[in-house]
Design a protein around this ligand. Structure first.
Ligand code: PYC
Length: 440
């Protein structure tokens, strides 16, 4: 879909030609610099700084999570569009981007989904180099366990689609699982015997805060402004075109607004008069005390509603299914911890002595087909990068890159064409429910 951004861009580039560019190199992170700072005791510069909120920008991005920051970074880095403000009601990475369980994978079910997440994994692979920021991406393999014939069938299907799209995935036996994850109980006598698993070697974990900070630092160095504690409370639209946003710190006029929020996506869209088929549910997670490394792969059990990985610091990070009611609450619950412990111990009885340190919740915007809504809307200049459900963090780089391209060129990139808002009215659903880590 084309939405006429080309004309906006010609204007924007003209203005950039006369404006002095804010671009400057961020301080380089290298072994040499580390030694120099140790010797000189010179302080490291802040990775981004506050700037005065201005009354106009070429592009306003709502949400300073991985999606919003990646969009701003790619706009500046790939398209030279630097007059960009990222507005955040709380702090950088304070929403889903700092609350997820940091699992990266591309073993989806639909060809559109697999292609999209495959590209996102590729961008994640080169992100540390691109941003000069250690995002600690560790492709340590990802196992989705099957406890019944139906799950095994779905995994064979996913493996075939993955292979056709060039993504490494295969169904493996309980004996192979035992080799990859010795503490998982693969015996036939366990309560929910494991029949096999979908093994996805490129899957893994990342340090999610580092991804947010790395994008923020790189975008800021290119001239992008990041405004924390700046909540959007209104979006003005005239004659079908976006005109600007009202914030808790004043009004901004702009021809392009990107809704890159999670948890509040439908409420933000409503400000522009755009209705979204989204229900918001909390998703809880927890982390244990650190222990010596014993679990290399990421383990997911949809039937037991649990996924677990071990960080490089040694903590186990757990998650479950979304809470069974719509809510904007980010509080943890005792029920969650009890259920989680029960299911985790069904899988790995040996970890019973481990203590939980912390639990928290994030918000997931669930669409009817468990695929995102990304692209243009009926309001010219109002773009969506929303509805990621429980898949949002994995998608950030590819979504940000695609939205930046849409803004710069005015055409919807092929990679996101299937995820348009119109599909719900036109019956073109992209059903990714079967690729969910756990039930919803
Ligand atoms: O889809 O891999 C996933 C996932 C993990 C946690 C929430 N979703």
């Amino acid at each position: 879909m084309s939405w006429g951004a080309g004309s906006f861009l010609r204007k924007a580039h003209g203005r950039h030609a006369v404006r002095s560019p804010l671009q400057r190199s961020p301080s380089k992170y290298s072994a040499l610099e580390l030694v120099r700072h140790a010797v000189t005791r010179e302080e490291w510069p802040r990775i981004w700084s506050e700037r005065q909120l201005r009354p106009t920008y070429d592009v306003v991005v709502i949400g300073a999570g991985v999606h919003g920051l990646a969009t701003a970074y790619y706009l500046a880095a790939r398209h030279g569009i630097r007059d960009v403000a990222v507005l955040e009601r709380s702090y950088v990475g304070g929403g889903g981007s700092g609350r997820n369980t940091a699992i990266i994978r591309s073993n989806y079910l639909t060809p559109d989904g697999v292609r999209f997440y495959k590209h996102s994994v590729e961008l994640y692979r080169s992100l540390a180099r691109e941003l000069n920021f250690n995002v600690m991406f560790s492709q340590r393999g990802h196992l989705t366990l099957a406890h019944n014939d139906g799950s095994l069938r779905a995994m064979r299907w996913r493996a075939e689609v993955n292979k056709l799209e060039g993504v490494e995935s295969e169904v493996i036996s309980p004996a192979d699982i035992k080799e990859l994850a010795p503490l998982v109980d693969t015996s036939a006598s366990t309560r929910y015997p494991i029949l096999g698993a979908l093994y996805h070697p490129p899957g893994g974990i990342i340090r999610h805060d580092a991804v947010n900070w790395g994008y923020a630092r790189a975008a800021h160095a290119l001239g992008v402004e990041i405004h924390q504690e700046t909540e959007v409370i209104g979006i003005s639209v005239e004659c079908g075109r976006v005109q600007g946003v009202m914030t808790t710190r004043g009004q901004i006029s702009t021809p392009v607004v990107v809704n890159a929020t999670a948890g509040w996506a439908s409420l933000v869209a409503k400000m522009a008069g755009v209705r979204l088929p989204i229900m918001t549910h909390p998703l809880q997670a927890a982390v244990t005390e650190p222990v010596k490394m014993f679990l290399r792969t990421v383990i997911v059990s949809g039937s037991l509603h649990v996924y677990v990985s071990q960080t490089d610091r040694g903590e186990l990070v757990f998650g479950a299914s979304t809470d069974p009611f719509a809510s904007y609450s980010t509080r943890g619950s005792l029920e969650f911890t009890e259920e989680l412990a029960r299911h985790v111990l069904d899988l790995m009885p040996a970890i019973a002595p481990l203590r939980v340190l912390r639990q928290w919740a994030g918000l997931c915007d669930l669409t009817p087909d468990f695929s995102p809504i990304i692209g243009a809307t009926q309001v010219q200049g109002f773009l969506l990068d929303v509805g990621w459900g429980t898949y949002g963090f994995k998608a950030g780089p590819a979504a940000g890159e695609a939205i930046a391209e849409l803004i710069a060129n005015g055409n919807t990139p092929r990679l996101i064409a299937a995820f348009d808002l119109a599909r719900f009215a036109e019956g073109r659903l992209v059903n990714e429910r079967g690729a969910a880590a756990v039930g919803h």
